[in-house]
Ligand binder design. Structure first.
Ligand SMILES: Nc1ncnc2c1ncn2[C@@H]1O[C@H](COP(=O)(O)OP(=O)(O)O)[C@@H](O)[C@H]1O
Ligand SMILES: [Mg+2]
Length: 459
């Protein structure tokens, strides 16, 4: 009989195999080795310029998933319109492939010339601002980044213009979209600094009016005053997805923000991101803004949450994730209600309007679902959370983990690299995740549109 592996370990052999104790410099060499490996991986299959490239889309995929027309009709329209992109084939007479840019042009053509009863262009009420969507949970590894990235990609394939903002200093979302971020000045950090600097300038004016000396702004704040959100936006390999990236230094914001707040008690730190994006016109330049957040309820997450119209909280159907997600909602309640209480004490005294946070929709979303193991727990979660839990469960799919260095999820994968069945199932579950989200988005926009119409009618 063989012994279990933990019996019979020889202390001398263990000591010999242990290696030298690790010092803090040891971390630096581990980090260096990991960075070299990461660069090796991420440079594979890149263009010469070191940029990422999105795969092409076939006629089958376009007519099946992107533009609702029959293949025969699609081919006829292309033939009749030689100015439209005609696609390229890999072999003589083989299937035609199109870039996403070309797909977007084709869709615009069908929308302009085709049947008005078909949904060629996705619904977006004119003159209403973009919707902001935060994906958050204070637990790590629950699928925040994967969910946000896949939603951004499906919304882009659907024809929306998307901005992705990475608020996590780990920068996973930034890697997925091939972002290059040198330091915190290319993250949202200067936007938060600008909001505080503008507050301080207002305070200084009041000091001057009272005959007091103004407090000079430091270099960081002065520099931040000159930065607009558009300066931080970078294009990605997706023609209709842009990015404001993150990098390790963004974590500095978690230390800097409370210091500013100490110096400026009246500064509404939670409003900073939303207000700056609004001032800079980002909400009219894009249709949807996705905010990926770090696994913590820090100041960056609070900014993301308070900016959001729609909040998605991913969690796995496991006891530990259900448990900690419940506590996350508890923390959300105490955080936002204590901000409201403190603000409204002052607002009532001054006769000003009261602060009340509000979201169009808040949904918990089951991710990495394994129906053979987790059906019972998911049903229990559904029973307790009711409508707050999105009824669609995002299945665990091998397509995500194994998709390879350059392919960061299902929508970037070439279906020919997979068994069709595996591909179709994996894609189906993320398409359904998008459909559930899109129903929230359209519902929220429609509600706003109707409210705007009834205000107009009343005027
Ligand atoms: N539906 C899914 N199927 C399989 N693996 C998934 C799925 N969603 C996420 N993952 C994997 O789970 C891990 C954690 O996901 P991630 O999105 O990075 O979580 P978070 O942002 O919450 O930390 C990643 O390795 C990711 O590839
Ligand atoms: Mg993440």
């Amino acid at each position: 009989m063989t012994m279990p592996p933990y019996f019979g370990i020889d202390p001398d052999q263990a000591a010999a195999a242990l290696g030298a104790p690790v010092t803090s410099d040891g971390f630096a060499s581990i980090a260096k080795a990991a960075a070299a490996g990461r660069n090796d991986l991420s440079s594979r299959g890149l263009e010469d310029g070191g940029t990422r490239r999105l795969r092409p889309f076939s006629t089958w995929e376009i007519t099946r998933y992107l533009i609702p027309v029959a293949q025969g009709h699609f081919r006829r329209v292309l033939k009749q319109n030689p100015d439209l992109p005609q696609g390229t084939s890999e072999t003589e007479g083989g299937a035609k492939w199109f870039t996403l840019d070309e797909v977007l042009r084709l869709r615009a053509h069908f929308a302009a010339e085709g049947s008005k009863t078909k949904n060629y262009l996705p619904y977006r009420p004119k003159d209403l601002p973009a919707k902001m969507v935060a994906v958050a949970n204070f637990k790590g590894g629950v699928g925040k980044t994967s969910t946000a990235a896949h939603l951004a990609m499906s919304a882009a394939l659907d024809g929306y213009k998307v901005l992705v903002i990475d608020l996590d200093s780990q920068g996973s979302m930034t890697s997925i979209f091939g972002g290059k971020v040198a330091d915190e000045w290319q993250t949202v950090f200067p936007l938060l600094a600008r909001h505080y600097a503008a507050y301080q300038r207002g305070e200084n004016q009041r000091r001057l009016d009272r005959g007091e000396a103004p407090q000079p702004l430091d270099d960081t704040l002065t520099e931040a005053l000159g930065i607009r959100a558009q300066d931080l936006v970078q294009p990605t390999h997706w023609p209709n997805i842009d990015l404001i990236g993150a990098q390790l230094n963004l974590y500095w914001a978690e230390f800097q923000i409370p210091v500013w707040r100490m110096q400026g008690r009246g500064w509404k730190l939670w409003d900073a991101l939303a207000q700056v994006l609004d001032e800079d016109g980002i909400l009219s330049e894009y249709d949807i803004v996705f905010l990926d957040t770090p696994p913590a309820l820090g100041y960056l997450t609070i900014n993301g949450l308070s900016a959001a119209d729609i909040l998605l909280v991913p969690l796995g159907a496991s006891f530990l994730e259900f448990d900690s997600t419940g506590r996350f909602f508890d923390m959300l309640h105490s955080t936002f209600s204590s901000i409201e209480e403190a603000e409204n004490l002052a607002a009532r005294a001054l006769g000003r309007p009261e602060t009340a946070f509000e979201w169009d929709a808040v949904r918990a979303v089951v991710t990495r679902f394994d129906g053979t193991q987790q059906a019972e727990l998911a049903a229990l979660m559904q029973a307790y959370l009711g409508a707050t839990l999105s009824p669609h469960r995002q299945d665990f799919t091998a397509l995500i983990g194994q998709a390879g260095e350059q392919v960061q999820g299902i929508y970037e994968a070439d279906y020919r690299d997979f068994n069709r069945e595996t591909y179709a199932r994996g894609r189906e579950t993320f398409d359904a995740t998008y459909a559930a989200f899109k129903a929230l988005l359209l519902g929220a926009w429609r509600r706003d549109e109707k409210a705007a119409q009834s205000t107009e009618a009343a005027e």
